[in-house]
Design a binder for this molecule. Sequence first.
Ligand SMILES: [Zn+2]
Length: 515
Amino acid sequence: MKNLITLAAFIYLFSASLYGQDRQLIQDIVQEANDNSHLERLAYTLTDYIGPRLVGTPQMQQAHDWAVSVYKDWGIPARNEQWGNWRGWERGITHIDLLSPRVASLEGMQLAWSPGTPNGPMTGELIIIPDLEDSTAFQQWLPQVKGKFVLISMMQPSGRPDYNLKEYATPELYEKLIEERERATVDWNRRISRTGLDRRTLPLALEKAGAAGILMSNWSGGFGVNKIFGAFTKSIPTLDISLEDYGMLFRMVENGDNPTIRVLAESRDLGRVPVFNTIAEIKGTEKPEEYVILSAHFDSWDGGTGATDNATGTMVMMEAMRILKKIYPNPKRTILAGHWGGEEQGLNGSRAFVEDNPEIVKNMQALFNQDNGTGRVVNITGQGFLHAYEYLGNWLQEVPEEIRGHIRTDFPGIPGSGGSDFASFVAVGAPAFNLSSLSWDYSTYTWHTNRDTYDKIVFDEVRNNVILTAILAYMASEDPERTSREKRMMPLDPDTGKPRPWPAQRPLVREGGFE
Ligand SMILES: [Zn+2]
């Protein structure tokens, strides 16, 4: 009987807190997010005005300084914390023109960290990596690249993505076209491997042999999209060309029409520059030494403007912080926003934070990370924490049904070993969770592509994620209990018959980009 009364009292107290003031506060969060959104403004400044945020560029630094000043305007203390040094570089303009056999401006750009054409535009003929017997034959052929632009990627047999072929071809034609693409890919890979070199060493060998530049085309499998990563050359430009123009140049060479192009590529090496994380903080009133962390990497690749990777995650965390400061200015626990640098080169900013702030990580109540595009959150797992359901499941109950209803949960789930910054925390056993989004064709169309731009942002989806994140942060901050870090029994590895290990913290790079 006594137990029953205690239970009744407990239920009463619990529901009083949930259905009284807390409910109002959650409604206020939703209303602020919907009626006074800053998302469009944040997106404009971050993607259109500042632009891509490649580690080591002046634009990355500009973004850090901008974030600190925006937080200051919102009354939230923020700071930039140095985590290392990186090769500094600034992207300039790239103009690539076909001069012969006809005149056309081509679509293409320098890869990140590519050397430019320091003495103005360079004109040259083109040459394709030939299909040779072996590396000896390749070395004999190599002197022919002198003064020429070398095409090192395959020509795609079709610029139509597979899904488009599937939609319009007969089943037989579809199969034939897919086979053609596969065969062309295998043949090209064999051609490259017979040089005895790989994607890293081949451009360097061509550079050493006196090539004028490297032309490649890293097609992403959709209309108009290429993925743009970093160059390996040290003195000559490496240029990515659109599928359409690359194919045209390739066919002109193969047909013996001796195309000539002119390249103007401006970029600047800036030596060794310091690199940062931006940390914003709303101090806790009751338990200031315990932390709820909102996490999103701040850096990007620079083929587009890093809109969905990861301006959207950044905006979610900034906007959630703004709303929390306004609606919930005196949180029980300290709420931090971590805008990590250097994620794209191996989660370096967040790993450094974990290494440099053991007290914060030890006292972390929860971390919420978002990093896979503009879509509404549809997946959350317990990341292998045995009791995650008891707290995270509880917090989610307070999220409005129209948001929570789209989210599939998996408890305790498997601990993530990489992919985004939450993994830096999971590796040391700290309860970090990833708010995983619906794709909106992320992997083909925006992830690391030349089309990752403002127009791909679906603001209503991002607003949805702001509300989710702000409510989770609020609930994690208010929870009377500390979260459990107990780990699950890991599933067996079929090869060894033993439980798979918990993911280990991989070493971080604090000085990078110079090799
Ligand atoms: Zn990302």
